[in-house]
Design a protein around this ligand. Structure first.
Ligand code: FAD
Length: 454
């Protein structure tokens, strides 16, 4: 790593979309800013590598753009450095004029009323991390020897999980799915997947594109009872709102499905169950069923909420996933909003007791919570960079001007920093191993694997 002397130095924590878009916006605005990008894993790109489903390779193409950013003259990638563990946030700040936290939101929100000791009930993110080969989830176990699985939630993550459970394994073989997940899914006995939504089809938060893909999935039937499409006047009015185009198309698709024009031929089925809230699990040792309460919608058009009707039904199942959103992981020394699960901020400026903390910023899911697609983080990161640039003239430059000091400090602590060239070596190896078995890549599943491969 070369020494640099710059007017300003900025650290970005987290190499997912928000981190990459933050750097891109910084470079566009001011080429004199030196940026160090810290990532706790040796592998960059956050949820583009570990969230986006393996059968959606097109969505991962944004990585090529991210690579261009990493290679900019005044950007350094420092992978395998965990901020808060290898170096504290306070120490980090002493090396930089500003620090932007883009560390994501990967802690699953728990369904409080559903706390259970039964095995077989998992956060969806564990399954996603498992099939995507994330080192933290690689050793998770999912018992796929059951006929029926339930996925609680009505967002895109719930749909990803349902699709991966129901997709013919042969269609996954040549993706970058982890080898062990492919082997597990190839032996899976699951034939029925129920996707449970608190509210109705007119309020679903998954996207039309995702649900259309389910409707067209080979070897799998997408099932919805026609009764579920009898919408209340408020829901009909809701669908007429301009911003509800996505939901409108979803309801049209469901109407087509139940009209009989759709062919059902698969040996597996995904059943969409709306207006249901899980209330408890049954079973001895492991989950054997889930109790659902039927709901009605109450409230104004566009703001309807679900209210329980005290009518219950029991669904037998051997495996449950819940996808109810995510919270950011707090980092010691950085203010955290426990209730919202984000770093409290105004336009990206981090707040402590309502006051701006000079030089600390947030972007992406850490800033606004787990909503939005990859592209949503671009606008969001630009807003944060705008705040940072406005402040930069006022920010006291950090005292330590030797940027290589941080590398020395990490070295002294025994941290093996992975720079961009190291990552490209790992990347090339993954691609080589994948191509030998007809896959775009065979990921390394542990930090140790990556370090020993170098
Ligand atoms: C299962 C799933 C599927 C998705 N599928 C799609 C899709 O198909 N299309 C789409 O457009 N969007 C999709 N999204 C949404 C998209 O992934 C997010 O909008 C986006 O990744 C959020 O970006 P981020 O940078 O805020 O967080 P992340 O992508 O989570 O990046 C955060 C990064 O910070 C690192 N980090 C965390 N803590 C530390 C620390 N202490 N020190 C250093 N580094 C740290 C993490 O390792 C990670 O690399 C999906 C999301 C999920 C959960």
């Amino acid at each position: 790593m070369t020494n640099r002397s710059r007017n300003h130095r900025v650290a970005v924590v987290g190499s997912g979309p928000a981190g990459c878009f933050t750097i891109s916006a910084l470079l566009k605005a001011n080429q004199d800013i030196g940026v160090d990008l810290f990532e706790r894993l040796p592998f960059p790109y956050g949820l583009v590598r570990y969230g986006i489903a393996p059968d959606h390779p097109g969505t991962k193409r944004v990585i090529q753009k991210f690579d261009e950013i990493f290679q900019a003259r005044n950007v350094r990638f420092l992978g395998n450095v965990n901020i808060g563990t290898d170096i504290s946030a306070r120490e980090l700040k002493s090396f930089y004029d500003a620090v932007v936290f883009t560390s994501g939101a990967a802690v699953s929100k728990e369904p409080g009323c559903l706390a259970t000791n039964l095995s077989g009930v998992h956060p969806a993110i564990d399954f996603v991390g498992w099939y995507n080969g994330h080192p933290d989830y690689r050793n998770k176990n999912f018992d796929l020897n059951h006929d029926t699985a339930v996925v609680i939630g009505n967002g895109n993550v719930a749909i990803d999980v349902a699709r991966l459970l129901a997709k013919p394994p042969a269609d996954l073989k040549q993706t970058d799915i982890s080898r062990y997940a492919y082997e597990g899914l190839a032996k899976s006995a699951i034939r029925n997947v129920y996707v449970i939504g608190r509210r109705g089809p007119a309020q679903a938060s998954f996207s039309y594109k995702e649900i259309k893909e389910l409707a067209e999935l080979g070897g799998c039937n997408l099932m919805i009872d026609s009764g579920q499409l009898e919408l209340s006047p408020a829901s009909v009015a809701e669908l007429e709102l301009r911003e509800k185009a996505n939901q409108r198309r979803i309801v049209e698709l469901f109407t087509e499905l139940v009209s009989g024009s759709h062919r059902f031929s698969g040996s597996k089925s995904i059943h969409l169950r709306f207006l249901r809230s899980p209330t408890s699990f049954g079973g001895e040792g492991s989950v054997e069923n889930i109790v659902l309460e039927k709901n009605e919608l109450v409230g104004d058009v566009g703001q309807q909420t679900a209210r329980g009707l005290k009518e219950f039904e029991t669904l037998d199942c051997g495996l449950v996933f819940y996808a109810l959103g995510y919270r950011a992981q707090p980092i010691t020394g950085v203010p955290f909003d426990q209730q919202a699960g984000v770093f409290p901020n105004t336009n990206g400026r981090i707040l402590s007791d309502g006051q701006v903390v000079p030089g600390l910023y947030a972007a992406g899911w850490t800033k606004r919570g787990s909503v939005g697609l990859v592209g949503t983080n671009k606008r969001d990161s630009s807003e944060t960079v705008q705040s940072l640039l406005e402040d930069l003239a006022r920010i006291e430059p950090c005292h330590d001007n030797d940027v290589d000091e941080i590398s020395k400090l990490l070295d002294n602590r025994g941290v093996r920093v992975i720079n961009f060239e190291d990552w490209k070596e790992i990347d090339a190896l993954e691609i080589e191993r994948g191509s030998a078995i007809g896959k775009p890549r065979e990921k390394m599943y542990s930090i140790e694997d990556a370090l020993s491969a170098l």
